[in-house]
Design a binder for this molecule. Structure first.
Ligand code: ZN
Length: 305
């Protein structure tokens, strides 16, 4: 890999990570977390989802979070939308980026979003056209791209076909998500070999959960395939709504440590993320699952003279 080769991490801890915490996290803590992440060098963060607070109580303070976001040049915030109502809230919000979610499994789509994948595509098509007309960034995540908690194995043909549809729709970015953390690296390589030639210039982002300890290996496989944008959560905070007790997204510090060690360059400071992951254990009252923030620094810090 060339030394000038760069990567981008999208920090999803404030949304994907905190959403599955068993106890409600207050707005001040969320904003303190986001401020630390921005100070650490993150330029893109998924911060809220526009969902019914009765279904996702952790996101009930989305308006307060948005009002308190640190405004810095070059920093963009993402809001997640699952339906037209959420989309309208996002369009009326100051967030720079909107991301919606389709699912590569009908049962999961029904349970998570109350509709079929085909209906979701119709709905997303309307959102995408409206966002395009308003010149707003609009991305789509294909959830359960590597496996479904209800149907099991997901046929890669289906994922490839969905990618093609969203490429044809001209969305701003496509993300493939291993929502329940079941993928293995060979599966990632095989799917990317089919997906990447179809992108037609549309950026691709990968979203892995470390539920079965294959998350970082999957990031490695995707990096070798040429992917340079990854979702990660500081401390690996999070869980999986379909796997009680499971760990969360791949840890930002773990992904950073590996990609930087491979000679790739990003904007985020590893020591600052380690510090933030350790800080987060206070307000959440639990140990973070990511590994690098638990280990001693390497290379060792220079001893003071
Ligand atoms: Zn996720």
């Amino acid at each position: 890999m060339a030394m000038q080769d760069t990567f981008e991490l999208v920090e999803v801890g404030p949304r994907d990570g905190l959403q599955s915490q068993p106890t409600l996290v207050d707005t001040a803590t969320k904003l303190a977390f986001i401020e630390r992440l921005v100070d650490a060098g993150h330029t893109r963060l998924e911060v809220v989802s526009f969902v019914n607070p009765k279904r996702v109580p952790q996101m009930a303070d989305a308006d307060e979070v948005m009002a308190g976001l640190p405004q810095r040049p070059g920093v963009n915030y993402i809001g997640l939308v699952l339906n037209q109502k959420g989309f309208e809230r996002a369009m009326a919000s100051p967030l720079q980026q909107i991301n919606s979610v389709d699912v590569a499994s009908d049962t999961f789509c029904q349970r998570n979003q109350g509709t079929t994948s085909a209906a979701m595509f119709e709905s997303i098509s309307l959102m995408a056209r409206e966002a395009q007309a308003a010149k707003r960034f609009f991305g789509v995540t294909i959830a359960a791209s590597f496996g479904c908690p209800f149907e099991g194995v997901v046929n890669p043909d289906r994922v490839v076909e969905m990618v093609q549809r969203y490429v044809d729709l001209g969305v701003s970015e496509i993300a493939l998500a291993d929502t329940i953390g079941v993928a293995v690296p060979s599966q990632v390589s095989a799917l990317l070999a089919r997906v990447m030639p179809r992108l037609n210039g549309i950026p691709l982002r990968l979203h892995f959960h470390n539920t079965r300890n294959t998350g970082i290996a999957n990031v490695y496989a995707a990096a070798l395939a040429g992917v340079r944008v990854f979702d990660a959560s500081c401390g690996g905070v999070g869980g999986c709504p379909f796997a009680p007790g499971a760990t969360g997204n791949v840890g930002t510090e773990d992904v950073l440590y590996m990609l930087q060690g491979m000679g790739l360059h990003g904007t985020v400071s590893l020591p600052a993320i380690i510090e933030t992951a350790r800080w987060l254990e206070g307000p959440l009252g639990s140990r973070m699952p990511a590994m690098v923030s638990r280990a001693s620094p390497f290379p060792p810090l220079a001893a003071s003279a």
